[in-house]
Ligand binder design. Structure first.
Ligand SMILES: NC(=O)C1=CN([C@@H]2O[C@H](COP(=O)(O)OP(=O)(O)OC[C@H]3O[C@@H](n4cnc5c(N)ncnc54)[C@H](OP(=O)(O)O)[C@@H]3O)[C@@H](O)[C@H]2O)C=CC1
Ligand SMILES: O=C(O)CCC(=O)C(=O)O
Length: 445
C-alpha cells in the first residue's frame, strides 16, 4: 500500500467528505509499514475494503412538531465493517450531521471496537435533527419516525446502535419503544437502555470513566499520579460529566467545562456538588453552561471560546471533532500540559496532534481512550444475551480491565526506539491487525 496514494484516490471519489478523508489520512500512514509486511493484504485489496463502508443507508424522516407543522430531516446508518462482530456504534443527532461526518465516525468505530477485545464491528448513524429547544414530545415523535426506517436494518446480531451527541437515555428509550412496537420483539437491539429494560449499570459513566482510567495508565508510564493535577475538560454532556466525576474521585481538580456557546472556568474547581448541579442543568433542565457562572459567581463564563488557553496539567477534550487546532495545542504545551486524552472522537486537528507528539506529550487518540463507552455497550449485549444483569462493581472491573488491555496494546505496537509511546500508531496497528486477520479468513466478501 502507498498510503498517500490511497488517500488521494479516496479524496477523488469522496470530495465532499473532509472529516472522513481526515480520519482515513490519520490512520493509513501509521499502519502502512505493518500492512506492507503482508503482501497477501494487498492482493486482497484489504485497505480499500477497510476504508470504504460495507453499506450506507440514507433516508428521509418526517415528523410533526408541537405546532402541527410537518418537518423533515435526513437520517443515516453507516454499516462500516462487520468482520469481527455485528455492526456497532452510536447515533448522533446534531444539526451538523452529514454523510462525511458519520463515515469518519464509523471508520474510527471499526478500529475502536476492535481494540476493546470484544466481538463488535463498526457502524455509526444519526440525523441532522437537533434536540436543542425541542419538547420531549417532539423528541419522542422524531425518534419514532427515525426508527420507522432504521428498524429494517438493525438487530441484536446484525447492527446494534447506541447513543452519541444528542442521543442519551431519553432518546434510546424512545427508539427502543418504537422498535418493540414495530417488530413485536424485546431484544438487545440498542445499548444505553434504561436499567429497568435491559440497560447495563455503568454504561452512562463508561466513556468518561474509561477515558480517565486510560489517562491514569498513561501517567503511570511516567510515574505520575492524577491526584493533585489540574484538568481542563471541554463539553458538558455525557462524556464530560463522567470524566469530571472520575477526576474528582481520583483527587484531581477540574477547572473548566463548555458547550457550543462558550466555556466556564472555575478557579475553585468543580466539586461533586457543583457537578450534580451541572448534571441537573444539562440532563434535566437542558440549559446552557453559562448558567453555571450565575450559580457559582467565582466562576467566569467565556462566551464563544474554548478552554485551551487556561493553565493546567491535563486536557480532556470531551465535546466534538476538531475542537483543538494548532494554535490551541501550542497554548496547551506552553502552559505546561503533560497529557491529553480524548473523550471525544477526533477532537484534535492533525496539526494539533503533531504538536503534542513533537513535544512528547502523553497523547491518546479517542479510539483508544474513549473506547470504554462502546466496551460497556458490548457488556450490555452480553448481559442481554444471557438475560442477566451484572453489578456495578462487576461492570466497572471489566471496564478497568478492558481500558488497561487497550493501553497495553498501544504500548506494544506504539513504543518507538526512543521509548516514546506513539498511542496513535499503537491504537491503529493493534485495531487494524485484528480486523485484517478476520477479513482475510473470511474471503473476498
Ligand atoms: N456517549 C458516548 O458513550 C460516547 C461519546 N463519544 C464522543 O464524545 C463526544 C461527546 O459526546 P457526548 O458527551 O455523548 O454528547 P452529548 O450530546 O452528551 O454532549 C456533547 C457536548 O459537546 C458539546 N458540543 C457539541 N457540538 C459542539 C460543537 N460543535 N462545539 C462545541 N461544543 C459542542 C455540546 O454542547 P451543546 O449542548 O451546546 O451542543 C455538549 O456539551 C462526541 O465526540 C462523541 O462522539 C465517544 C465515545 C462514546
Ligand atoms: O456504545 C456504542 O455502541 C457506541 C459508542 C460510540 O458511539 C462511540 O464509541 O463513539
Amino acid at each position: 500500500m502507498n498510503a498517500a496514494q490511497v488517500v488521494e484516490n479516496l479524496k477523488q471519489r469522496f470530495p465532499n467528505e473532509p472529516e472522513y478523508i481526515q480520519a482515513v489520512s490519520q490512520v493509513l500512514p501509521t499502519i502502512e509499514e505493518e500492512y506492507n509486511k503482508h503482501p497477501e493484504f494487498e492482493k486482497a485489496n484489504l485497505i480499500e475494503r477497510l476504508c470504504v463502508p460495507d453499506r450506507v443507508y440514507e433516508f428521509r424522516i418526517t415528523w410533526v412538531d408541537d405546532k402541527g407543522n410537518v418537518q423533515t430531516n435526513m437520517g443515516y446508518r453507516i454499516q462500516h465493517n462487520n468482520a469481527i462482530g455485528p455492526y456497532k456504534g452510536g447515533l448522533r443527532y446534531h444539526k451538523s450531521v452529514n454523510l462525511g461526518i458519520l463515515k469518519f465516525l464509523a471508520f474510527e468505530q471499526t478500529f475502536k471496537n476492535s481494540l476493546t477485545t470484544l466481538p463488535m464491528g463498526g457502524a455509526k448513524g444519526g440525523s441532522d435533527f437537533s434536540p436543542r429547544g425541542k419538547s420531549d414530545a417532539e423528541v419522542m415523535r422524531f425518534c419514532q419516525a427515525f426508527m420507522n426506517e432504521l428498524y429494517r436494518v438493525i438487530g441484536p446480531d446484525e447492527d446494534v446502535p447506541a447513543g452519541d451527541i444528542g442521543v442519551g437515555g431519553r432518546e434510546v428509550g424512545y427508539l427502543f419503544g418504537q422498535y418493540k412496537k414495530l417488530t413485536h420483539q424485546f431484544q438487545g437491539v440498542l445499548t444505553g437502555k434504561g436499567i429497568p429494560f435491559g440497560g447495563s449499570l455503568i454504561r452512562p459513566e463508561a466513556t468518561g470513566y474509561g477515558t480517565v482510567y486510560f489517562l491514569t495508565s498513561m501517567l503511570a508510564t511516567r510515574g505520575i499520579e492524577l491526584k493533585g493535577k489540574k484538568v481542563l475538560i471541554s463539553g458538558s454532556g455525557n462524556v464530560a460529566q463522567y470524566a469530571t466525576e472520575k477526576c474528582i474521585q481520583l483527587g484531581a481538580t477540574v477547572l473548566t467545562l463548555s458547550d457550543s456557546d462558550g466555556y466556564i472556568f472555575d478557579p475553585d474547581g468543580i466539586d461533586a456538588e457543583k457537578l450534580a448541579y451541572v448534571k441537573e442543568l444539562k440532563n434535566v433542565e437542558r440549559g446552557r453552561i453559562k448558567e453555571y457562572a450565575e450559580e457559582y459567581p467565582n466562576a467566569v463564563y467565556h462566551a464563544g471560546e474554548r478552554p485551551w488557553h487556561e493553565k493546567a496539567d491535563i486536557a480532556l477534550p470531551c465535546a466534538t471533532q476538531n475542537e483543538i487546532n494548532g494554535e490551541q495545542a501550542q497554548a496547551l504545551v506552553d502552559n505546561g500540559v503533560i497529557a491529553v486524552a480524548e473523550g471525544a472522537n477526533m477532537p484534535s486537528l492533525p496539526e494539533a496532534i503533531k504538536i503534542f507528539q513533537d513535544n512528547k506529550l502523553l497523547y491518546a487518540p479517542g479510539k483508544a481512550s474513549n473506547a470504554g463507552g462502546v466496551s460497556v455497550s458490548g457488556l450490555e449485549m452480553s448481559q442481554n444475551s444471557e438475560r442477566l444483569s451484572w453489578t456495578a462493581e462487576e461492570v466497572d472491573n471489566y471496564l478497568k480491565r478492558i481500558m488497561n488491555d487497550i493501553h497495553e496494546n498501544c504500548v506494544k505496537y506504539g513504543t518507538g526506539a526512543d521509548g516514546y509511546i506513539n498511542y496513535v500508531k499503537g491504537a491503529n496497528v493493534a485495531g487494524f491487525m485484528k480486523v485484517a486477520s478476520a477479513m482475510m479468513s473470511q474471503g473476498i466478501v
